[in-house]
Write a protein that binds this ligand. Structure first.
Ligand SMILES: CC(C)(COP(=O)(O)OP(=O)(O)OC[C@H]1O[C@@H](n2cnc3c(N)ncnc32)[C@H](O)[C@@H]1OP(=O)(O)O)[C@@H](O)C(=O)NCCC(=O)NCCS
Length: 134
């Protein structure tokens, strides 16, 4: 678990209590996926089921060196496959309105912006909620 927590702290702007990672892994381990290269963790995704038919992506990140090489897409597609098996029909997430790369990434995968949440982040920045219908 430590390499994932380390990668999260290097790549994400929000700070998460390390115990949350174990909690999410234990509650929905199908939604906790990592990407490895040369036995090193270079990316991860954490998602949870929020209802019988809904899921939410809480975190996705790829190490800086590994970006732009499809790793994020592979992680997201695996996650989507897992939740389709669980009969999930829609998946949502929040993203900083200034995070153009992530917004583009999610758009490429079919997500659309459905809402804006004021001051969602610890920094006070607003979030977009994006949704994908499966
Ligand atoms: C968002 C993130 C996970 C994408 O991972 P990645 O492995 O680099 O993404 P991929 O290589 O699979 O890219 C898939 C698509 O995303 C979009 N994309 C990725 N990087 C991009 C960039 N720098 N500029 C514009 N679009 C980009 C493109 O549409 C790309 O498709 P293409 O390669 O056909 O152009 C990665 O940039 C990251 O870890 N960012 C920091 C953490 C973060 O912001 N997480 C999201 C928080 S909500």
């Amino acid at each position: 678990m430590f390499p994932v927590i380390k990668l999260a702290s290097e790549t994400l702007t929000e700070r998460y209590n390390p115990s949350l990672f174990n909690y999410f892994h234990e509650t929905f381990n199908q939604g906790f996926l990592v990407a490895e290269k040369h036995h090193k963790i270079v990316g991860f995704i954490v998602g949870v089921k929020t209802s019988l038919e809904g899921a939410r992506i809480l975190m996705i990140a790829v190490s800086e060196k590994q970006r732009g090489q499809n790793t994020g897409s592979v992680l997201l597609n695996h996650f989507l496959k897992e939740i389709i098996i669980q009969k999930i029909k829609h998946v949502e997430l929040e993203v900083k309105i200034s995070n153009n790369i992530a917004i583009e990434f999610y758009r490429k995968h079919g997500f659309i912006i459905i809402d804006t949440i004021s001051k969602f982040y610890q920094s006070g920045e607003d979030a977009y909620t994006m949704r994908l219908i499966l």
